[in-house]
Design a protein around this ligand. Structure first.
Ligand SMILES: Nc1ncnc2c1ncn2[C@@H]1O[C@H](COP(=O)(O)OP(=O)(O)OP(=O)(O)O)[C@@H](O)[C@H]1O
Ligand SMILES: [Mg+2]
Length: 249
C-alpha cells in the first residue's frame, strides 16, 4: 500500500515550469530521499504534498495521499513562533489534532513528545521560549510539533542543514529511531547525498524540476545510471574530503 502517490506533478509560475511531470510513489513505512541542486524543485514538491504551495504557483497532476502528513522545515528559528513558549506550540498542535482532550492532557502529551525527541528535563523545557534554545533543540521541538499530529508520513525539508555536523548527526539518529519505532514513512530532502543516504532506503534525484533517476539507495549509489547522478556523487565526495581537510588543518 502506498502512503503517497504523486503522478505527473507539474508546477508552473507564469510561463516558467518549476517542476515538470514528476511521478513517484512512497510505500507505507518507506523512506525516500530527494536530492538535487538548489532550485531543482525539492521544496516545492514537498509543499505540493502538504498543500502549502505559494500563491503564484499553479499545480497540475495528481497527488494521492491517504495518510496524515507533517512537515519539518530547514530553519527552526524562523519556523517557530518567537512569542509562544515551545510547550504551548506543541500542546496546541496536539489539541488541534485531538480535539477531545483537556489542556492538561495536551500538556502531558507535549512533555511526553519532548521526551521522545530527546529533550532532557522535558516538563521544565515546555516553558522555554524559542530563543532560549540551541538550534538542535529548536529542531527537536519542531519534530515534536510534527509528531503531535500523529503523522503517517514525515516530510523533512533540509532539517539539519542549519546545524553543525555533530548536532546534525544526533538529529539524523533521532529521525532514524522515530521512523523505525513508529513505522512512519519519511521523505527527506537535502542537497547532501551522504545525509540522505544515512536516513533513506530509496532515492530520487531531481534536476531543473525533472526526475533524473530513482531507485533503491544502494543500487543508485553503487551503479548510478545517469551522468548527472555520477557528477553529484563526485561533488559530494569532493566536499566531504574538503571538509575533512578543514578539520585536519
Ligand atoms: N514562490 C515562488 N514563486 C515563484 N517561483 C518560485 C517560488 N518558490 C520557488 N520558486 C522557484 O521554483 C524553483 C524550485 O524551487 P525550490 O524551492 O523547490 O527548489 P529547491 O530544490 O528546494 O532548492 P534549495 O536547495 O535551494 O532549497 C526555483 O527555480 C525557484 O526559484
Ligand atoms: Mg528547498
Amino acid at each position: 500500500m502506498n502512503a503517497l502517490s504523486v503522478s505527473g506533478l507539474t508546477l508552473t509560475c507564469g510561463d516558467t515550469t518549476l517542476v515538470d511531470d514528476l511521478s513517484f510513489e512512497l510505500p507505507a513505512g518507506a523512506t525516500l530521499g530527494i536530492v538535487g541542486e538548489s532550485g531543482s524543485g525539492k521544496s516545492l514538491t514537498l509543499r505540493s504534498v502538504m498543500g502549502i504551495l505559494p500563491e503564484a504557483v499553479t499545480r497540475h497532476g495528481e497527488i494521492r495521499c491517504e495518510a496524515r502528513t507533517a512537515m519539518v522545515f530547514q530553519e527552526p528559528a524562523t519556523a517557530l513562533n518567537p512569542t509562544m513558549r515551545v510547550g504551548d506550540l506543541v500542546a496546541r498542535t496536539w489539541r488541534r489534532h485531538h480535539p477531545d482532550t483537556s489542556a492538561r492532557e495536551a500538556r502531558a502529551a507535549a512533555a511526553e513528545l519532548f521526551d521522545q525527541v530527546g529533550i532532557d528535563d522535558a516538563v521544565r523545557r515546555l516553558r522555554a521560549w524559542p530563543h532560549e534554545l540551541s538550534g538542535g533543540m529548536r529542531q527537536r521541538v519542531m519534530i515534536a510539533a510534527a509528531l503531535a499530529t500523529d503523522p503517517d508520513v514525515l516530510l523533512c525539508d533540509e532539517p539539519t542543514t542549519a546545524l553543525d555536523v555533530r548536532v546534525q548527526a544526533q538529529i539524523l539518529q533521532l529521525l532514524r529511531d522515530l521512523v523505525s519505532e513508529r513505522g512512519m514513512a519519511m521523505v527527506f530532502v537535502s542537497h547532501d547525498l551522504a545525509v540522505v543516504a544515512s536516513v533513506c532506503s530509496q532515492i530520487l534525484v531531481m534536476r531543473h524540476g525533472r526526475l533524473v533517476e530513482s531507485g533503491p539507495m544502494d543500487r543508485v549509489l553503487a551503479v548510478p545510471q545517469e551522468q548527472y547522478t555520477r557528477d553529484l556523487l563526485a561533488a559530494n565526495l569532493a566536499r566531504r574530503l574538503a571538509d575533512r581537510e578543514g578539520v585536519l588543518r
